[in-house]
Design a binder for this molecule. Structure first.
Ligand SMILES: Cc1cc2nc3c(=O)[nH]c(=O)nc-3n(C[C@H](O)[C@H](O)[C@H](O)COP(=O)(O)OP(=O)(O)OC[C@H]3O[C@@H](n4cnc5c(N)ncnc54)[C@H](O)[C@@H]3O)c2cc1C
Length: 533
């Protein structure tokens, strides 16, 4: 253990999507910040090349490579869970889609007791962190740290996907983060001029850096609590142990799996879970690790007659090499985009009042090991965005290096099964509609003979996936199951906040990164407001 225990105004645990935003804003305001990140620096070149994220999906050098427990409603399959373990966190290995969710999602948070988190409250924070390539308007901001850009290329299959969706009655939509989400069109991504733009790129720069001590390869083991206040953090770098004190606050930004884990190993969580893991209970807080939510995805896969899919780049080294060269020289072509070009937002049933199903055109299809199939292919993925099923995260050891138990319970709720079924049927309808139908040689999966609801549900159970958007495990609110209050302070303790995807009381109707960055931006504003008092 180092003898010299340094003090900081703030200690931020985890340099992910939210953690970099928090540390950046606190450092920029002149506070002395210690930022602790378990992973290394973001030097791997595939982090920065948008299409490179497929190379990071299962790379343990930048990824925690977690796995869920057996999922009882999905044939007891274990679901692979990549999470970023690198500067930038999961935002450095993700698919870069920028999708905020719907105003009603945030109004719903406010109605559940999260005062100050309705749409009118959060929109200014979405705007203040944004640097929108198209310029400012009522919904978008410019000059912020998060670059949001249009895709660099239009894709022939994406155009066919939009046209088929429109034939099925879906209106065109050129901005899913604008006046309405419903519709079909291209997505925008967190990229700048053909480079990934994580929050490490956006916030950890300029004047802020002078005040932030960034420690990489620093695995936090414990938050130290004394007389009801979080006072310090203990971490390891290799075999060396370190400790630091916080004069102000400790801000936990470990993400939806690791934030509840770090609280639990520190003795903060459900008493029974902690005792079973041999951990002394410091503060019995039943909600820590509960309320796990994620989007569920199920794909229809096609052999394509159009030979411009990601599979073609992978299977033909000359084509792939030429496109990589094009990217390196001009920052254009398929390597400059993420391969997931387009979305169609629909409602999964007549009684659903707003879109709850995101259907995505992905210019690839893969084997179970995520290896592109050896021919031109693509996937139309149906994603249920407002699931009812809930899971949990629980430690089994007091060692922060050991993966906690992750149980999603996908499909536990019958309504989630019906929504997935409706989404899959709609995805297939797009495939059967012109001009998309003309781009298809044949349907690989579910396959022509899988037609009845029972057979399609069996296909979902055997093939459905987590969309890798876990949230909710340190729920914000005021009830007995809440972990943090609307200022993101941990209930019943002083000097400790959680600021990341885990605080969402309910998952948003969109990919989770944009909302998580907004949480980081707003969380920092709460901390700075308290510091000024
Ligand atoms: C493959 C993939 C694709 C995705 N695609 C998209 C997409 O296209 N669009 C989108 O909106 N969302 C996407 N997501 C989800 C999105 O990226 C996450 O919701 C978001 O990054 C979560 O941010 P966070 O700050 O909560 O956590 P993270 O970004 O995961 O940050 C947590 C940080 O804490 C660190 N940490 C954890 N434990 C410790 C410890 N003990 N000590 C020190 N540090 C620790 C981690 O290493 C990490 O850097 C994707 C996710 C994955 C995995």
């Amino acid at each position: 253990m180092t003898k010299d225990v340094k003090s900081y105004d703030y200690i931020v645990i985890g340099a992910g999507s939210a953690g970099c935003a928090v540390a950046g804003r606190l450092g920029e305001a002149g506070h002395k910040v210690l930022l602790l990140e378990a992973g290394g620096a973001d030097r791997n070149p595939w982090i920065h090349i948008p299409l490179g994220y497929s190379r990071l999906y299962a790379n343990p050098k930048v990824n925690w490579c977690y796995e869920s427990c057996e999922e009882p409603h999905l044939n007891n399959r274990r679901l692979f869970q990549p999470r970023g373990k690198v500067l930038g966190g999961t935002g450095a290995i993700n698919g870069m889609i920028y999708m905020r969710g719907q105003p009603e999602d945030f109004d719903g948070w406010r109605e559940q007791g999260c005062t100050g988190w309705g749409w009118d409250d959060v929109l200014p924070f979405f705007k203040s962190c944004e640097d929108q390539e198209r310029g400012p308007n009522a919904y978008h901001g410019v000059g912020g740290p998060v670059a949001v850009s249009d895709l660099r290329t239009r894709h022939r299959l994406g155009e066919a996907f939009h046209a088929a969706s429109e034939r099925l009655g879906v209106p065109p939509n050129s901005d899913f983060n604008g006046a309405r989400q419903e519709g079909t069109g291209y997505v925008q991504t967190t990229t700048r001029k053909g480079w990934r733009w994580s929050t490490a790129s956006g916030y950890l720069r300029g004047a802020a850096l002078k005040n932030i001590n960034i420690r990489v390869n620093a695995l936090v083991q414990r938050i130290r609590i004394a007389e009801g206040r979080a006072v310090g953090v203990r971490w390891t770098e290799g075999t060396a142990e370190h400790e630091a004190k916080a004069d102000g606050e400790i801000i936990l930004c470990g993400g939806a799996f690791n934030s509840p884990q770090i609280l639990q190993v520190s003795g903060i969580g459900p008493g029974a879970v902690l005792r079973a893991a041999g951990i002394d209970v410091v503060h019995d807080l039943p909600g820590v690790g509960e309320n796990l939510q994620d989007h569920f995805g199920i794909g229809a896969e096609y052999r394509s007659t159009v030979k411009s899919t990601v599979n073609d780049l992978y299977n033909n080294p000359i084509k792939g090499g030429a496109q990589l060269l094009r990217y390196l020289l001009f920052r254009t072509g398929p390597f400059a985009d993420n391969g997931n070009y387009s979305n169609t937002f629909i409602r999964s049933g007549p009684d659903i009042d707003r879109p709850d199903m995101m259907v995505t055109f992905m210019a690839w299809c893969t084997s179970e090991e995520l290896k592109p199939l050896p021919f031109s292919g693509f996937t139309i993925l149906a994603e249920h965005m407002r699931p009812q099923s809930r899971g949990h995260v629980q430690v089994t050891s007091d060692d922060a290096a050991i993966q906690p138990k992750i149980q999603f319970n996908f499909f536990a709720d019958e309504a989630d099964q019906q929504a997935a079924l409706a989404g899959l049927k709609f995805a297939r309808k797009i495939g059967q509609t012109q001009p998309m139908a003309d781009c298809i040689d044949y349907e690989i999966a579910p396959g022509r003979d899988v037609e009845t609801d029972d057979a399609l549900l069996a296909y979902c159970r055997a093939n459905g996936l987590s969309l890798l958007h876990p949230v909710g495990t340190c729920k914000m609110g005021t009830g007995a199951d809440a972990v943090v209050d609307p200022q993101l302070k941990v209930h019943g303790l002083k000097g400790l906040r959680v600021v990341d995807a885990s605080i969402m009381p309910r998952i948003v109707t969109g990919n989770t990164n944009a909302a998580t960055i907004m949480i980081g931006e707003k969380g920092a504003a709460h901390i700075l407001a308290d510091a000024r008092q």
